[in-house]
Design a protein around this ligand. Structure first.
Ligand code: ADP
Ligand code: ZN
Length: 534
């Protein structure tokens, strides 16, 4: 006879009050908990901050045995277990960060039926020895957190998740609940099939976060723009500085940006995986406890940090996917009060990310998938429609214009960019057909604007028919044109130098069969910056 942790409570409401101190369930929590506590399977799509954890923690307290939670993030595991233990729940975890003695103690407690919840890293569940060990006790349920990691076409695929399909065969009587905060329809289908959840009930909450205002701006002088943004959002109604997160792509830029903000009176701290653990921990503590700390971080920051009053999330580099953008911006305003998500992006972001995709290891299908993710992100950036509508449509949700995003609040003017697009495209096509040459945006813009650079002279490009025909637009306006044509799929960029080619779709524009509408962008006073600044 195996020992099994006995049920701790009779009703879900009792567990909610006693353990978590809350008065009422939110959204579909009560229905989800009833489904799983009753022995059924569930697939839960709920935005960040929606309250997914209770959906498996409470059923584990209502059922006999231990709830086994698969979670990919060790930091998150620690935090959740600490919080549960503080609330009197018998919770523990098994992962690679543990000493053998500590692990043995957890294993003993599980086998003795003394654990309500056991968190396990997915790679552990892959091993036969772990599975055999789990068979020595009684399992109340399996919770598969961050279930989108099982989807090979998703943005965060983890091979270890594939083996979780075996749980259904090995423990056919144990209910399973898969949860995620980011799932397109395709990912949702993949979760269901790969985890054998065909008989599950599906709970799909709205992904809308109405209190978050979305704003996306062209990148001009990003540090100044960021500082303006932080200054305008930086205090609440009573003048107290607010907390925020700034995401940047590289470790070096998080440090530079944090230094720049600090020099301008913002309480900003860098955070990335290269800093030592003690410093990271103290930075995190300050962010959680003090008012007005702005963390400048790589995307590693924020997973499992439960801070409800983050007032803004800013991106100074383009996120790689809409899912990532949604997840990161979702860390703002979990308390439901107004919050802002601000993103600045420029042509160089597109070139850099295309290059990273071209150079990424993995097969063609993998690169194509990354490319599709980037295209969807660019479409969101360049849309002249409501940002939220675009974002929700990406997750399969229809909605009306929201009234709380930049395009709703200040509808962007559009202009007919067909002629400039034709000028640029015909320059690209001529150089390629007549001279077998390809160039990046900077040099092409120099040709169009008739700039006599050494490079222009070296190649004799001042003899081209299109030399100087685009002098009516500024360099910055041309960069906006290139970026928007890339986002519309009319141009493509390649390789280390971001050389540009036209796509098949461009022929309709060149022949005059199709017009190109472009977003009018704010013109800023140019300061002295390099040619690759946009
Ligand atoms: P998710 O995992 O979906 O991002 P969490 O489970 O971390 O969300 O919950 C987000 C926050 O909401 C947490 O602070 C949690 O304690 C709180 N919360 C969850 N359910 C309720 C509820 N029914 N009433 C009040 N607060 C809740
Ligand atoms: Zn809107």
């Amino acid at each position: 006879v195996v020992s099994a942790a006995p049920p701790r409570f009779d009703t879900a409401a009792e567990a909610l009050h006693t353990v978590f101190g809350y008065d009422a369930f939110r959204g579909e929590q009560a229905e989800i908990i009833a489904q799983v506590a009753g022995g059924g399977d569930a697939v839960v799509l709920m935005p960040t901050g929606g309250g997914k954890s209770l959906c498996y923690q409470i059923p584990a307290l209502l059922r006999e045995g231990t709830g086994v939670v698969v979670s990919p993030l060790i930091a998150l595991m620690h935090d959740q277990v600490d919080a549960l233990v503080r609330n009197g729940v018998r919770a523990a975890y098994l992962n690679s960060s543990q000493q053998p003695a500590e692990r043995a103690q957890v294993e003993r407690a599980y086998l003795a039926g003394e654990l309500d919840l056991l968190y396990v890293a997915p790679e552990r569940l892959n091993s036969e020895s772990t599975k055999r060990f789990l068979e020595g006790g009684r399992i109340a349920l399996f919770a598969i957190d961050e279930a989108h990691c099982v989807a090979q076409w998703g943005h965060d695929f983890r091979p270890d998740y594939l083996a979780l399909s075996e749980l259904a065969e090995r423990w056919p009587d144990v209910p399973r609940i898969a949860l995620t905060a980011t799932a397109t329809e395709a990912t949702h289908r993949e979760i269901t099939s790969r985890l054998s959840l065909d008989g599950a009930r599906h709970f799909v909450s709205s992904f809308d976060r109405p209190n978050i205002q979305y704003r996306i701006a062209p990148k001009l002088e990003v540090r100044r723009q960021l500082l303006d943004f932080v200054r305008s959002e930086g205090t609440d109604a009573s003048g107290t500085p607010v907390s925020g997160i700034v995401y940047a792509l590289s470790r070096a830029s998080t440090e530079k940006i944090a230094a720049h903000l600090s020099a301008n009176g913002v309480n900003a701290l860098p955070y990335h995986a290269g800093l030592d653990a003690a410093l990271r921990r103290s930075t995190q503590e300050r962010f959680l406890r003090e008012d007005g700390v702005v963390i400048v971080a790589t995307i590693a920051f924020g997973m499992g940090i439960d801070k409800p009053d983050v007032r803004f999330v800013a991106h100074v580099d383009l996120p790689k996917s809409v899912e990532g953008y949604y997840q990161e911006t979702g860390r703002a305003g979990r308390d439901g009060a107004p919050a802002t998500a601000w993103l600045a992006y420029g042509l160089q972001d597109v070139v850099q990310q295309r290059r990273m995709i071209d150079e990424s290891p993995g097969d063609l299908a993998h690169r194509r998938r990354l490319s599709q993710h980037l295209d969807a992100m660019l479409a969101l950036c360049e849309t002249v429609q409501c940002r939220r509508q675009n974002l929700l449509a990406y997750f399969g949700e229809a909605s009306e214009p929201c009234g709380n995003c930049d395009t709703c609040l200040e509808p962007p003017a559009a202009w007919d960019g067909t002629v400039p697009a034709q000028k640029l495209m015909s320059t690209i096509v001529r150089l390629q057909r007549e001279r077998r040459q390809k160039f990046g945006a900077g040099h092409l813009i120099d040709i169009l604007r008739g700039k006599e650079t050494p490079r222009v002279r070296q190649y004799g490009h001042d003899a081209l028919a299109t030399w100087g025909i685009g002098a009516d637009l500024s360099e910055q306006q041309w960069r906006g044109v290139v970026r928007q044509l890339l986002a519309q799929g009319l141009l493509a960029t390649h390789g280390e130098y971001g050389t540009l080619t036209v796509t098949d779709a461009a022929s309709e524009v060149l022949s005059g069969a199709r017009n190109v509408m472009l977003r009018t962008e704010p013109e800023r006073v140019a300061r002295s910056r390099g040619p690759r600044a946009a």
